[in-house]
Design a protein around this ligand. Structure first.
Ligand SMILES: [Zn+2]
Length: 429
């Protein structure tokens, strides 16, 4: 069952619960007998977003099997002091609002109990008596988030089946610190065209092929068809390069041009240093600047070439430059890794890694510091991936970020407009 179907099924189950008639409740859930009696009521006082409310719960007793059971409401969560809407709001505050567990709890307490920050917003309001205060704690919010993470984990199998028809992908890793010390890498694979994020994995590093085997295995489990994969964009992470050579030998590797530029910083500086050797300070500085500009422009012509012929010409010009030979040699080694995105067969393959995705990941997970263990970090990351796939990109331009599909979620871009189903439904919150 893919992630959208999961969400639909959950909403249906809530609707069913809401539409249950008196008659439906008379049927014993244990043995199916209709021979049941009403068996008194009890009162609960769960917190809703607008405060505490009394809810009467009807109980029933089955004459046939003797079991007693109570009516359920789609508004409530079994065994919780807080209504479903509070659970959902808490997870959304943390995930979408990008705030901490502590602040999420503080904001919700303020709304629910009209206390704490609420008194800042309404200066003339009187604080509630101690007995009516809300005590929602950060650790409770953390538990709720973790529970949603467990659901995300359970949904990995077939999560994107029939949705992501991925031919070109991007791979990137982000280091995360664990609260108790220790570092891990979150490895992520995304569809280059739709931006769909496959369920990430947590690895100990990026240097071993084994870590990337895990990443691709999980993506496959979620619905990625490795055989139809054509290209992968990434930086030069050793583990990925060797994994692809051995296992995904039919897949071409597009080196992220942004990372390549970063790798070229040193050789460019070195060439400039050689060119300026022996000159006095001021002249040397000018010379360095000039050489960097010349070489930079030649490198750009190779990197940004729209085809092989153009790149070869630019490469030749670079080779002829008195200080360009080493850099030309480096670029020539990686020429395929720079240019395959220009071939029709690899249409949709990006020139840069999905690194910018981390921007919004970082906002939410603050480098993983909130997560005491690797397991918790993993659940949070899996939750984030589901959130990401269901959440529309912004409509507006924001500073320098230009959204390729404004107002659309990656799932919608893939051709699955999930309408009123959200990540919270998909994770059964
Ligand atoms: Zn019964």
């Amino acid at each position: 069952m893919n992630i959208i179907e999961r969400g639909k099924k959950f909403i249906q189950s809530l609707q069913e619960l809401a539409n249950r008639t008196l008659w439906d409740w008379r049927k014993c859930p244990q043995c199916g007998s209709m021979e049941t009696n009403r068996w008194g009521t009890y009162t609960r006082t769960p917190w809703f977003l607008n405060g505490r409310r009394e809810v009467k719960v009807q109980r029933h007793k089955c004459k046939a099997c003797g079991v007693t059971y109570s009516e359920r409401s789609p508004l409530l969560k079994r065994g919780s002091w807080y209504a479903r809407e509070v659970h959902r709001s808490a997870i959304d505050h943390w995930q979408h609002g990008g705030t901490s567990f502590r602040r999420t709890a503080e904001f919700l307490r303020s709304w629910l109990g009209k206390q704490e920050r609420y008194l800042l917003w309404r200066p003339l309001a009187t604080p509630p008596p101690a007995s009516e205060r809300c005590h929602l704690s950060a650790s409770t919010v953390h538990r709720w988030v973790d529970k949603a993470g467990i659901k995300a984990q359970e949904s990995v199998e077939g999560q994107l089946e029939g949705i992501a028809d991925t031919q070109n992908a991007g791979v990137d890793g982000l280091w995360a610190k664990l609260r108790g010390g220790g570092k891990r890498v979150v490895l992520m694979l995304t569809d280059s065209v739709t931006g769909i994020v496959f369920p990430p994995v947590i690895a100990k590093g990026e240097e071993s092929a084994q870590f990337f085997r895990q990443l691709f295995a999980r993506a496959e489990q979620a619905g990625l068809n490795l055989e139809q994969l054509r290209g992968v964009t990434s930086d030069g992470a050793q583990g990925l390069v060797s994994y692809m050579k051995r296992t995904l030998y039919w897949v071409h590797h597009q080196r992220c041009v942004w990372h390549l530029w970063r790798n070229l910083r040193k050789p460019l500086a070195e060439a400039a240093r050689q060119a300026s050797a022996g000159l006095d300070k001021k002249a040397a500085r000018l010379k360095r600047k000039e050489i960097r500009r010349e070489l930079g422009s030649l490198v750009r012509q190779v990197m940004d070439a729209t085809g092989y012929a153009q790149a070869e010409l630019a490469l030749e010009a670079l080779r002829r430059h008195p200080f360009g030979a080493d850099i030309a040699h480096f670029l020539n080694l990686h020429l395929d890794n720079i240019l395959i995105h220009t071939l029709d067969y690899y249409q949709g393959l990006q020139r840069v890694t999905p690194e910018w995705r981390w921007r919004d990941f970082r906002l939410r997970l603050s480098h993983g510091r909130n997560h005491g263990s690797e397991q918790r970090l993993e659940r949070a990351v899996l939750l984030w991936a589901v959130y990401r796939n269901f959440t529309p990109a912004q409509e507006r331009y924001e500073r320098k970020r230009k959204y390729r599909h404004p107002g659309l979620s990656p799932l919608a871009v893939a051709g699955f407009p999930h309408e009123n189903i959200s990540y919270l439904d998909a994770l059964e919150v």
